[in-house]
Design a protein around this ligand. Structure first.
Ligand code: ZN
Length: 450
């Protein structure tokens, strides 16, 4: 629900950052207890509407009606959960119900009303209910209960006066807090603000998550090789894990053992870690693009959207590649950062741009490597940058195709394990231990001549 703002106040965007929690065992138990109570609230609403449906009554879905029902239940119904937290669950139900109704009215028969119970449900508190000072967060609890003060594992990236809400949630075996803030759109000194007439094209790819071509023949290439390596290491690791435990896996219908439960937990942690790594690297890549665009006063980004062709079956290897690409996240990460920087972003159909010469517009067979050479006009250039230039031209960018005048190179995922020698990737085979391609036995350093 957007907040009412005064007319003429500066434009803002809402941004959310996730932080882990440093908690004692007792605090952890209380926090999980709150999430369980939130799941109870959710289950109550589902059950209430189940009865009403059985009686052929109208379902109770508006936020106000649900709140009235909650008030009738009286204090103490949901353990330590305070009423503001319980109402956030009602808000979530109401929003989900109306969103589904809207989609069904639009003819989408697959849209379903909320009907599944959850053991743990996220809880949200708005400004004024919680207290956030530095890393210390006070989570509201029901009247008369001892206060619940927890510590975040990092500093919130927003100043405290901008924070609007906190959301407590449980994901992949850990407790997290999502901090949502109202961030003002960047303002620039006079004649340094982005110019909407300057259009840059963005080509999305796997080797280069973002290839950007700006007017004046400048280009930016963000390398995604580290992200691709992370995907490959994770896939190999997942296969190896599965192979190692396949013999011990419970048969269908058989009760899993404690050991199996522990294995499943480790597996979920590894999956979540992999997802976090890729997300982080993609955010860094998008940040690079926006910083580069701001420095060149580019006010419009034309992004080639390849999602039309992704649903075609292209064999299992290529399908895995397109799933790993996480194209939706690449686009939203860039769009969010562009909005916060005051740059407009438009999606453009990218069909054919990677096989069109940016100089003479003739069709060229897709090159195998990274260099695009036109047989008609002798143009040669980087394949992804040429595609980006063609995308910019589709939005009337008037891009000079003389690439490269100056190409900036950036790497995404410099923090990923195995990229820098200071952080070894435990999934990679060690160089010693008699492995193939081993540099040989480690010998002591030669004695210094002193
Ligand atoms: Zn040509």
């Amino acid at each position: 629900m957007p907040r009412c703002r005064e007319v003429g106040s500066p434009r803002v965007v809402h941004r959310t950052a996730r932080a882990g929690l440093r908690v004692t065992r007792a605090q952890r138990r209380r926090l999980v207890g709150l999430l369980v109570s939130a799941g109870d609230v959710w289950a109550c609403v589902l059950e209430l509407n189940g009865w009403r449906r059985a009686r052929q009554d109208r379902p109770l879905v508006s936020y106000q009606e649900l709140c009235r029902e909650l008030a009738c239940a009286g204090p103490g119904t949901f353990g330590e959960l305070d009423s503001a937290g319980a109402r956030s669950v009602l808000r979530r139900y109401s929003d989900a119900w109306f969103a589904a109704a809207e989609r069904r009215r639009g003819g989408d028969r697959r849209a379903r009303f909320p009907r599944r119970r959850r053991a743990l449900m996220p809880l949200r508190w708005y400004h004024g209910r919680f207290m956030l000072a530095g890393r210390r967060l006070r989570i509201p609890v029901a009247c008369g209960r001892p206060p619940l003060l927890v510590r975040l594992d990092r500093d919130p990236p927003y100043p405290p006066e901008q924070v609007r809400s906190v959301t407590l949630l449980y994901d992949a075996g850990r407790l997290w807090v999502d901090i949502t803030a109202e961030v003002p759109v960047a303002s620039y000194p006079a004649r340094q603000e982005p110019d909407p007439a300057q259009v840059a094209g963005v080509d999305l790819g796997i080797i280069h998550p973002y290839a950007v071509a700006a007017p004046g023949g400048e280009g930016l290439l963000v390398s995604g090789r580290a992200i691709r390596a992370e995907h490959r290491m994770h896939l190999a690791d997942r296969k190896a894990r599965r192979k190692a435990v396949a013999r011990r896996a419970p048969k269908p219908g058989q009760k899993g053992s404690r050991r199996w439960r522990h294995y499943r937990r480790r597996q979920r942690l590894a999956e979540a870690r992999h997802r976090r790594r890729v997300r982080q690297a993609q955010h860094e890549a998008a940040k690079n693009v926006i910083a580069w665009a701001v420095a060149r006063r580019t006010g419009t980004l034309a992004v080639g959207d390849p999602r039309g062709v992704l649903n075609l079956d292209a064999g299992r290897r290529h399908n895995q590649r397109t799933r790993d690409w996480r194209i939706g996240h690449l686009i939203t990460a860039l769009a969010d950062k562009a909005a916060a920087a005051g740059i407009s972003l438009t999606l453009v159909d990218e069909r054919g741009t990677s096989s069109t010469c940016p100089a003479c517009r003739s069709r060229i067979p897709r090159p195998a490597g990274r260099v695009l050479a036109c047989p008609a006009c002798q143009f040669t250039g980087h394949r992804d940058l040429s595609a980006a230039a063609s995308i910019a031209a589709r939005l009337g960018g008037g891009t000079t195709p003389a690439i490269p005048a100056g190409v900036t190179h950036r790497r995404a995922g410099a923090h990923l394990p195995g990229v820098a020698p200071s952080r070894r990737d435990p999934r990679r085979r060690a160089h010693h231990r008699g492995a193939r391609g081993s540099p040989g036995r480690h010998r002591p350093a030669p004695a210094s001549p002193t």
